[in-house]
Design a protein around this ligand. Structure first.
Ligand code: TXA
Ligand code: MG
Length: 338
């Protein structure tokens, strides 16, 4: 935990229009004073993110949303009561907020994080902190302070150390702009959990009218190394050519781990529990990415609701690598299929 003085230094930096990296329970964020347009612009520059992608404003407690949002529906407070502080972002009609934060849209993303360091920072700062995940645009979000350092070797004076993030995946985002809530980004708080509070069905976003949310891009959260998701149970597995001559890291569950022994392939054992898996997914991808494999192969996780956010992130991480599958006709090595 950072000392009182470190938090105070971070607050001074925010007040002076600077950027501070800080931990949340989901991933690390790059924070700036949400009321200072120049400070917000500096975040976009540092991240290399398109200017029209809006940022989430982090707040100390639920009542703080009134200044930032307008026409707040009752269901927003129901969700806040149920899940804040915690890994949920609400998209509401925009109140008083700079264009730089909202990407010029008439809506705003708000969240009250639960990480003790984030809470301490927000309390000491006393205002809203706009923060995207502390990674360069399109890359894997950081879940440890060292990751932030790796993303930005220069240009970040303050990285508050809150250890490993508990959740490890970005917050669930739900839009309350329309009559029916829309799930924009799956996360640790599942659609079912949200529906229990909203009392109705939550829709997926309309593809014809996409909201601007970088987490919604097809490719995102991606390492440099190619990533593919692989189902050892599928009868028509055609992955053999992928194994030939490639150095592969295979993120898999116990059963496959015990059965397989493939040349040039290291196996990384992944947890069977979705929450535990989510917690280490990004740090595992990051470590493997730094070890320069030709391919990171990921055993397909179960299709149940609790794994939805993980499927979503794996799909995005593997989007750019799909062409590898198209170029050959493959068969899985016998040792994996049996
Ligand atoms: O867990 C998280 O949400 C982390 C931590 C740091 O809080 N933050 C995070 O921020 O993931 P970022 O900027 O990497 O992703 C925020 C997502 C983006 O996809 C952004 O487009 C979307 O939230 N978003 C923010 N404001 C929005 C708005 N007004 N309408 C639609 N999407 C919005
Ligand atoms: Mg991000």
């Amino acid at each position: 935990m950072p000392s009182f003085n470190e938090v105070q230094r971070a607050v001074d930096q925010l007040r002076a229009g600077g950027i501070v990296a800080f931990p949340t329970e989901t991933v690390y964020g790059l924070g700036a004073d949400a009321r200072q347009p120049k400070a917000i612009k500096a975040i976009f520059k540092l991240k290399g993110r398109p200017l029209d992608h809006p940022l989430i404003v982090h707040l100390g407690e639920t009542p703080d949303i009134t200044g930032w949002a307008r026409d707040i529906p009752e269901v927003a407070y129901d969700l806040a009561d149920a899940f804040w502080p915690g890994p949920l972002t609400l998209i509401l009609a925009r109140g008083e907020a700079p264009d730089e934060v909202t990407g010029g849209q008439d809506s705003i993303g708000l969240r009250v994080p639960s990480h003790p360091v984030a809470r301490e920072l927000l309390r000491a700062f006393g205002g809203g902190i706009a923060a995207p995940s502390a990674n360069r645009f399109g890359r894997v979000s950081p879940t440890r302070p060292e990751h932030v350092k790796t993303e930005f070797p220069e240009g970040l004076e303050i990285i508050l150390d809150g250890g490993s993030c508990d959740v490890g995946l970005e917050s669930t985002i739900i839009s309350l702009l329309e009559e029916e809530p829309i799930l924009l980004r799956p996360g640790a708080i599942t659609q079912q959990q949200l529906e229990r509070v909203t009392g109705g069905v939550i829709r997926a976003p309309n593809q014809n009218n996409p909201l601007r949310a970088s987490g919604l891009l097809a490719s995102h959260y991606a390492p440099d190394t190619a990533v593919l998701v692989f189902d050892p149970e599928a009868p028509s597995n055609r992955f053999k050519a992928l194994f030939d001559g490639r150095r592969i890291a295979f993120m898999c569950f116990d059963d496959v781990l015990l059965k397989t022994a493939i040349e040039n392939t290291i196996r990384v054992r992944m947890p069977r529990d979705a929450a535990a898996y989510g917690q280490i997914l990004y740090s595992t991808l990051r470590t493997l990415d730094s070890e320069a494999y030709d391919l990171i192969l990921v055993e397909k996780p179960p299709e149940t609701e609790g794994w939805r956010a993980i499927h979503d992130r794996l799909q995005k991480a593997s989007h750019e690598s799909q062409h590898l599958l198209a170029t050959a006709s493959f068969e899985a090595p016998h040792s994996i299929r049996s």
